[in-house]
Every structure is written in structure tokens, then in C-alpha cells.
Ligand binder design. Structure first.
Ligand SMILES: Nc1ncnc2c1ncn2[C@@H]1O[C@H](COP(=O)(O)OP(=O)(O)OP(=O)(O)O)[C@@H](O)[C@H]1O
Ligand SMILES: [Mg+2]
Length: 552
């Protein structure tokens, strides 16, 4: 867990991509990789000539879609972070217009490869889930978990299941039609919920996490009454009420009051290994919001303990929210999670904006670069270099040894090469336009049949006259004939002949052919045949294997 974010910028320091705002339609429909298309692509790939494989440049940018209410997607932290994210050479950011999110069916939403989407008031989470199911992008924050985040009962259940410390609590669920029929016994200085006693001070929270009307009840020894918290309005976040009785309609969580130093610790994760934390005055105190001369709420720096970093990691993973804000109460020598808010950025921190964009960008690249054929590895930063002092001076610390091991019994290449010089081959080469590029691939049954006919003819001639001028090696011609005669017919997919015109003689010998005499040819061109793997030969080709290892 890093509090400062140790990961580096993208390959390029220069902004090469545009931060696309509303109206950007993203990549072409055909560029979206749904499962069916991927499979189709793989099948096509099987017919590719091995020798032709190369690292092609990415066809297009990785598109990160921002799908949230406009207030959030146009917020200052989002803008700052996305501008930084766009500095990654291969990343483009597309903001989904709110009007499209609210009014258009999901198949009309922009396309993206990675989705940053989160619920806030008025956001159609169901549609976002539908979109994610349709397009299957990489999700920065899981969408289904966002239903749970809206319900404090679920949040507490998940925290408990993960073994994360939280205040002792009980849930009072009321039927709205019969609110009086519930498991609540109220005393002057305590409540009993489902048989569990909570002496004052205790906290009463609406089960709906969107409802910020949290009440804290004081004991009579402290004067009684309650503190009513609410969503900040100007300089106020709570107000004292003389009311000492709990609310009698609605469902609530009752929990023990944790005595802190008067501050809340706000934690903001960006993935399981990064968390920013800062403290703010608790709204439970007097309800007056502390602001600086610019009107910004005052924040106190916080260093998370190792335990708290572990809690941050657990919260991030348990709720599957890369970007996740939650509240910690430091009390009685422990830290207790009392609220998980899901997607939330730190405000007004350049360091956080930098770090957050780096972590997100690296995450996107790590997950998606391979499928986009982008050669990419997490860049090293000076602070990452593991230098350690030792008795014999400062040294690089050995962090790990990585071995990449593979077994040696490789499937033999089902491929054969031979030189051909007979005019019949040249005629065939010309007939199918081989001279245009100097290369020719024959896959069609008719074409393969023509090659077979030539091989048969030459072998017949060789059989009749030993002194004839056929230069092709008899052994090779026999191999060629045997392979082309296999299966009794040509299906067009399991064999291929490739011819290359070599006007100046033999190509450079491969290592296994080294030592062979090589001489320039001036009269005839040379052709190479190549048989690629027949898919139906298995296992470890017994037909091709021995033949392919046969040297001329
Ligand atoms: N068990 C507790 N003990 C002491 N104080 C608490 C407790 N639970 C909540 N508080 C105080 O009440 C505040 C509001 O509680 P909580 O964060 O659960 O509600 P919220 O309305 O969802 O907050 P947010 O605005 O972060 O969404 C906390 O920031 C904290 O100061
Ligand atoms: Mg809170």
C-alpha cells in the first residue's frame, strides 16, 4: 500500500491524445470487441502464416468512458484527473453526455474499452449495468456492488464478513404500513434493538445511505437531546435538538458512539495499493464547518497506520471499487469504518490528481495493452529503485528472480521447404500473378490439385528416365506428393503452398541448413513450398514430423 503512489507515468511525457468531451462518439461500432467477434478473430488468425507474424501497431486508442451524472463528470477533480490520464500515449477519455445516459437506450451510448461509472442521485444504475453487460468493458468500479453501497445494512454486512472493524450495531427494520410493530424498546438513556442494548450516546442512521440525516443522542448526564446531522448547507453540517426520543418511522441502524478526537478520517483509495487520507472536523461536534480564507473546508494531514492501510485495501477489494471513499473513526486505540461511499475523488490536491491518474492509467494499460498489441510495461521511477545500504556500501536490492520456463517438446513445424526450377512451376507462378509481388500463396483445392499434378508428372518422368533434366529432388517431390494426396481431397484449410521467387539464388541458409553449399542461380528462379499445419493431424504429427526433418 502506497500513500504517495509509486507508479510512473505512461511511455510518453507529452500529451498526445485529446480529452474528448461530450459529443465524441468513440471508436467505430466495428471496433468494439464483443466475445463473438473476438472468437471470430482468433479463428481467422489460425490460417495466418507463422512467418508473417509481426508486432503491428495498435489500430486505435484505448477508450476510457466516463459515465456518471454531469455534476460528477464535469467536476473539478474529474476534469483534472482525466486531463492527466490523457497524457498516457494510448488512452483517450470520452465523457458520456448526461442527456444520452438518461434518455438514450444503452446500445446508443458511446463505446469504450474501460468504463468509469458510478451512481449518484438521479443516475440510472440499471442502465449502466445493462450497458456493461452489452459491451463488457473493463470496469474501474464494479456496478452491481453499487446497489449494496446505497444500503447501510449491506455495507455493514460486507464489512463484517471481511473482518473489518466497525462500531457495534443493530438494524431496526420497520414496515412503513405498521411502523409501531418493531423490535424497539426505548428507555431514557438507552434503546434496545432486537434485544441488543445501546446506552447513550448512540448513533441513529437511516438505512438508506443516500439519507444523511444521522442523529446522535446524548445521555441525560450530558444534558440529553440530540445532534442532527445533515448534508452540509453553507457553514453548517449539524444542529442541536432538545429532542431525546428516537425517530418512530423509517428503518435505522443503531450503533455505539465512538469517541474520537473530534475528527473523521476520510480515506480515498485508488486500487488496493494506494490510499490518500485526510482528517476533517466531525459534523457531530457543534455542526459549524471549518473553512479557510478561500472558503474551502479545512483538512488535516493524516498518515495511515499499517493496519489502516490494510483496511483500505480490504474495503477497496470487498466492494470492488477501485476509486473508493470511506470514513474511519479513530477511537479507543482502534480504527473503525463507519461509512463506505464508493466512487469519490479527493478535492483540491494536485498530488492526488497526479497519483490517481498514474495509478488508473497504469491499471488500464496493464489490463488492456496486451489485447491492443501495445508493448507496455509499468515505467520505473527514481523512488522505485530499490537501493539499500549494506556493510559493503549501497547496493541494489535483489527483489526477486523470475524464471520463464517452457517444456522442450515442441510440436514439430509441419512445414517443408524445397527449391523448384521446373518451367511448370514457373507457369503456375505466372498464372496466379506471382510475379506481381514475387510471392504466391495457393490454398484453393483447384490450385493445390495443379501443384499435385506437377509433382506427379515430374515423379513419373524421373521414374522413366534417370538422365532427364529435372532438377527437383526426388525425395522432396515424393514428400510433396504424399502430403498433397493425404485425406483423399483438398478442403482448402489444412494445406497451403507458398511460392517465393528468388531471382538471385538461394536465400540465407537457416541454422539447420548452414554448411550446405550455396551457389547463385542465374537461369531459374527458386520456389519454396510450405505446408502449414493440418489441423486434423494429432498428436505430434506422425505424418509431417519425420518428413519435415528429412534433409534434402
Ligand atoms: N458510530 C459513530 N460514532 C461516532 N461518530 C459517528 C459514528 N457514526 C458516524 N459518526 C459521525 O457522523 C458522521 C456521519 O456519519 P456517516 O459518515 O455514517 O454518515 P453519512 O451521512 O453517510 O456521511 P457522508 O457525508 O460521508 O456520506 C461521521 O462523519 C462521524 O463524524
Ligand atoms: Mg460519511
Amino acid at each position: 500500500m502506497s500513500e504517495t503512489g509509486g507508479e510512473g507515468w505512461g511511455q510518453s511525457g507529452n500529451p498526445t491524445t485529446v480529452f474528448a468531451y461530450e459529443g465524441h462518439q468513440g471508436p467505430e461500432e466495428g471496433g468494439m470487441k464483443n466475445e463473438g467477434e473476438m472468437r471470430k478473430g482468433e479463428e481467422e488468425g489460425q490460417g495466418k502464416e507463422e512467418d508473417e507474424d509481426y508486432d503491428s501497431p495498435p489500430e486505435r486508442q484505448i477508450v476510457v468512458g466516463i459515465c456518471s451524472m454531469m455534476k460528477k463528470s464535469k467536476s473539478k477533480p474529474m476534469t483534472q484527473i482525466m486531463e492527466r490520464l490523457c497524457k498516457f500515449e494510448y488512452i483517450t477519455v470520452v465523457i458520456f453526455p448526461e442527456e444520452v445516459i438518461l434518455n438514450e437506450p444503452v446500445d446508443k451510448w458511446p463505446l469504450c474499452d474501460c468504463l468509469v461509472s458510478f451512481h449518484s442521485k438521479g443516475f440510472p444504475l440499471d442502465k449502466a449495468v445493462e450497458y456493461a453487460n452489452l459491451r463488457n468493458p473493463l470496469l474501474i468500479n464494479d456496478l452491481n456492488m453499487q446497489y449494496y453501497i446505497q444500503d447501510r445494512r449491506e455495507v455493514y454486512r460486507i464489512l463484517q464478513e471481511e473482518g473489518i472493524d466497525l462500531p457495534r450495531y443493530a438494524v431496526l427494520t420497520r414496515d412503513p404500513d405498521r411502523p409501531e410493530e418493531c423490535n424497539l424498546v426505548e428507555g431514557e438513556d438507552h434503546v434496545e434493538v432486537n434485544g441488543e442494548v445501546f446506552p447513550k450516546p448512540f448513533v441513529e442512521k437511516p438505512v438508506c445511505a443516500e439519507d444523511h440525516n444521522v442523529y446522535i443522542y446524548y445521555p441525560t448526564s450530558a444534558g440529553g437531546g440530540s445532534q442532527r446531522l445533515f448534508r452540509k448547507i453553507g457553514s453548517r453540517s449539524s444542529v442541536y435538538s432538545p429532542e431525546s426520543c428516537v425517530r418512530k418511522t423509517g428503518s435505522y441502524i443503531y450503533e455505539e458512539f465512538m469517541p474520537t478526537d473530534g475528527t473523521d478520517v476520510k480515506v480515498y483509495t485508488v486500487g488496493p495499493d494506494y490510499a490518500h487520507a485526510e482528517a476533517r472536523k466531525s459534523p457531530a461536534l457543534d455542526g459549524k464547518v471549518e473553512r479557510d480564507s478561500e472558503g474551502k473546508e479545512i483538512r488535516y494531514p493524516v498518515m495511515l497506520t499499517a493496519m489502516e492501510k490494510l483496511v483500505a485495501r480490504k474495503v477497496c477489494l470487498a466492494f470492488k471499487q477501485t476509486v473508493c471513499g470511506f470514513d474511519l473513526l479513530r477511537a479507543n486505540g482502534h480504527s473503525f469504518v463507519c461509512d463506505v461511499n464508493g466512487f469519490s475523488f479527493v478535492k483540491n490536491s494536485m498530488k492526488y490528481y497526479d497519483d490517481c491518474a498514474k495509478v488508473l492509467g497504469n491499471m488500464v494499460m496493464r489490463e488492456l495493452a496486451p489485447q491492443f498489441h501495445i508493448p507496455w510495461s509499468i515505467p520505473m521511477e527514481a523512488e522505485d529503485i530499490p537501493i539499500v545500504p549494506t556493510t559493503s556500501g549501497t547496493m541494489m536490492e535483489l527483489r526477486c528472480v523470475i524464471a520463464i520456463i517452457r517444456h522442450g517438446d515442441r510440436t514439430p513445424k509441419q512445414k517443408m521447404k524445397m527449391e523448384v526450377r521446373h518451367p511448370l512451376f514457373f507457369e503456375l507462378f505466372e498464372k496466379y500473378g506471382g510475379y506481381k509481388s514475387g510471392k504466391l500463396k495457393l490454398k484453393k483445392p483447384k490450385q493445390l490439385q495443379e501443384v499435385l499434378d506437377i509433382a506427379r508428372l515430374l515423379l513419373a518422368e524421373l521414374g522413366q528416365h534417370t538422365d532427364c533434366e529435372i532438377e527437383e529432388k526426388k525425395g522432396k517431390l515424393e514428400q510433396l506428393k504424399t502430403v498433397l494426396e493425404m485425406y483423399g481431397h483438398f478442403s482448402g484449410i489444412n494445406r497451403k503452398v507458398q511460392l517465393t521467387y528468388l531471382p538471385n539464388g538461394q536465400p540465407k541458409a537457416s541454422s539447420e541448413e548452414e554448411g550446405r553449399e550455396s551457389q547463385p542461380y542465374t537461369i531459374f528462379g527458386h520456389f519454396y513450398f510450405c505446408f502449414i499445419r493440418p489441423q486434423d493431424i494429432s498428436p505430434k504429427s506422425t505424418v509431417f514430423g519425420p518428413m519435415c526433418s528429412c534433409k534434402p
